[in-house]
Design a protein around this ligand. Structure first.
Ligand code: LFR
Length: 474
C-alpha cells in the first residue's frame, strides 16, 4: 500500500507524519517530532531554518527506511516568512514574523499604496507582518540589494530538497503581493521598488517538484524514489482541507498558535465591510477562498507559560486547564485581538494591563487567569462568527474546531456556549491530514474534490461534539 509523508512545520514544533489509505480510511504514523525554537540575535528575532530543514529531512529519511512503499513528501508551514537567495546561497537567517521591525515599514508601504487600495488588490486582513511589509523593512536595511530570489519557508525547504524553485499559491496569497485570485501583482511591485525576478513562478497545490536530489538522499538516508510535490503549503490551507465540514452552515476554527476563524467560499469577498471587519481572502486548495480572520490563539497561553517559567514557576498546561475548568465562570476578559499582544514578551503583565485599562479586576489566581484567556478567545471567536454571517449571508449551525486546540476541552466547551452552536472538535492533526490527502490525490492514491477528501477525514477521525450547555451563555 503506497504511502506519503507530511512535513508539517508549526511555530513551536515540526513533525513528520506518514499517511496511508486502508479500506477508505486514512491511517497516520507519527515518525518524528522536533522543536522549533526561534533565536533572538542583535538584529532581531529569527527562525533557525537550517535546524528545521535538517530535522525534517532526518525524519523523512527514517520514514522512508521504515516503509518501502513511501512514495512522496510535501512541506507545509506557517505563512508570510521567507528566505533570500543569491545563487544557491541563503542570505541570512529568515526573520520571524513577530519581530518588531515591521511596524515602521507599514507606514512606508501605506504611503505608496493605502490600506483600501491594498485590500482591493490583495484581499488580505491588515497584519503588520504580511510579507509586503517585511520586505519594506528588509529593503530599508539593505537586505534586498544582493538578493536574487525570495522563497517562502516551505518553498525554501522544497528547493533544498529537490532543486525546484516555485511559489506555492496558497502561501503566496499571504504575501500581499499576489492579486486576489490571480498572479503576482506586476503593477504593484515596481511601485514598491521590488524586482519581478525576486519572485518565482506561482504553482498550484498538487504540482510535482521532482525527486529528492541524490546528494540530499545520501546525506539524510532518504530513499531516492521519494518525489516531492506541493500541497496547500500554507499550514492553514492544509488545515482547512482537513476540516470534515460538509455544508454551508459550517465554519472552522484552526486553533494552534493562531486561531483562524473562517468559512470556505467559492470566491473572494473584497467589500469595504469585509476590510473594516478585518477579514482576509487567502487562497485555498482547488481555487477555493479561505475567508477568515486571524484571532490571537493559544499563543496567549504558551507565551504566558514561558513568562511564568522565566521566573521559576513551572506550570504544566494540562494541570492548569483542569484547574481552570473549576474556576468561577465570571472571569474578567479582555480583547484577545489587541495588537499589543502580538510580540513576544511578558504576556501576563500585558494582559493585566489590558484588564486594568478597561476597569476590570485582575484575576486572583493562575487558573482564573487561564480561564479568562480562554473565555476571551471564545468571545473573539463568537464575534468573528457573527461577522462571517453578516458578511456572507450564511447561517452558521456548526463550528469545526481543529488543530491542537481541539484537545482543550474547556476551550471547546466555552466556544460552544459563547458562539451558541455545537462545536465539533477534531482532528487535532488537521494540517498534516490536509497535506496527506492532497498528496494522496496527486499520487493517484485518492481521487475527487475536497468534499470527497473531507469524507475520508470524517470516516477516519471521529470528532467529539460539544453541545451548547443550557443557561451557560452570559
Ligand atoms: C498559522 C499561520 C497563520 C498565519 C500565521 C503567520 O500557523 O500560518 O495562518 O497568519 O501563522 O504566518
Amino acid at each position: 500500500m503506497r504511502s506519503v509523508a507530511a512535513i508539517d512545520l508549526g511555530a513551536t514544533s515540526g513533525r513528520v507524519i506518514v499517511g496511508a489509505v486502508e479500506g477508505g480510511e486514512l491511517r497516520l504514523r507519527h515518525v518524528a517530532r522536533f522543536p522549533n525554537t526561534p533565536v533572538r540575535l542583535a538584529d532581531g528575532l529569527h527562525w533557525d531554518v537550517l535546524s528545521l530543514y535538517s530535522a525534517a529531512m532526518q525524519g523523512l529519511g527514517r520514514a522512508s527506511r521504515e516503509d518501502d512503499e513511501l512514495v512522496g513528501a510535501a512541506i507545509d508551514s506557517w505563512a508570510v516568512d521567507y528566505g533570500l537567495l543569491h545563487g544557491a546561497r541563503l542570505l541570512g537567517n529568515p526573520f520571524h514574523y513577530r519581530d518588531a521591525r515591521n511596524e515602521a515599514a507599514v507606514t512606508r508601504v501605506h504611503a505608496v499604496v493605502g490600506p483600501e487600495e491594498l485590500f482591493r488588490r490583495n484581499g488580505l486582513q491588515h497584519l503588520p507582518f504580511n510579507t509586503v511589509f517585511q520586505l519594506a523593512a528588509a529593503a530599508a536595511a539593505g537586505e534586498l540589494d544582493e538578493a536574487e530570489q525570495l522563497l517562502l519557508v516551505p518553498d525554501l525547504l522544497g528547493y533544498w530538497a529537490t532543486g525546484s524553485r516555485v511559489a506555492e499559491r496558497t502561501n503566496a496569497s499571504t504575501t500581499g503581493l499576489l492579486r486576489v485570485g490571480g498572479d503576482w501583482d506586476v503593477e504593484l511591485l515596481p511601485r514598491l521598488a521590488l524586482r519581478r525576478s525576486l519572485l518565482p513562478p506561482v504553482v498550484d497545490p498538487g504540482t510535482d517538484l521532482g525527486p529528492v536530489l541524490p546528494e540530499v538522499a545520501a546525506e539524510f538516508g532518504i530513499a531516492d524514489r521519494i518525489r516531492f510535490s506541493t500541497v496547500g503549503s500554507h499550514d492553514t490551507a492544509s488545515a482547512v482541507v482537513g476540516v470534515p465540514m460538509a455544508d454551508d452552515g459550517a465554519v472552522y476554527i484552526s486553533c494552534g498558535t493562531w486561531s483562524l476563524v473562517g468559512a470556505e467560499l467559492p470566491a473572494p469577498v473584497v467589500s469595504d465591510d469585509a476590510r473594516a471587519a478585518g477579514f482576509t481572502n487567502e487562497g485555498g486548495v482547488d481555487g477555493r477562498t479561505r475567508f477568515l480572520k486571524n484571532v490571537m490563539g493559544l499563543w496567549l497561553l504558551s507565551e504566558s507559560v514561558r513568562a511564568w517559567e522565566k521566573v521559576g514557576e513551572q506550570q504544566e498546561l494540562g494541570a492548569l486547564l483542569k484547574q481552570a475548568a473549576e474556576a468561577p465562570a465570571d472571569v474578567p476578559t479582555f480583547d484577545a485581538n489587541d495588537p499589543r499582544l502580538l510580540a513576544p514578551g511578558d504576556m501576563p503583565a500585558r494582559i493585566e494591563a489590558l484588564l486594568l485599562e478597561r476597569g476590570s479586576r485582575v484575576p486572583a489566581s493562575v487558573p482564573e487567569f487561564v480561564r479568562g484567556v480562554l473565555q476571551s478567545l471564545a468571545n473573539a471567536y463568537a464575534d468573528a462568527v457573527r461577522e462571517i454571517e453578516r458578511l456572507t449571508g450564511r447561517t452558521v449551525r456548526t463550528v469545526h474546531l481543529v488543530g491542537g486546540g481541539a484537545q482543550n476541552a474547556l476551550l471547546c466547551q466555552l466556544t460552544a456556549d459563547t458562539v451558541g452552536v455545537p462545536v465539533v472538535a477534531g482532528p487535532v492533526e488537521a494540517t498534516a491530514i490536509g497535506n496527506l490527502l492532497v498528496q494522496a490525490r496527486t499520487h493517484g492514491i485518492l481521487s475527487g474534490d475536497l468534499e470527497a477528501l473531507r469524507a475520508v477525514t470524517a470516516r477516519s477521525f471521529p470528532p467529539r461534539t460539544y453541545a451548547v450547555r443550557p443557561f451557560a451563555r452570559g
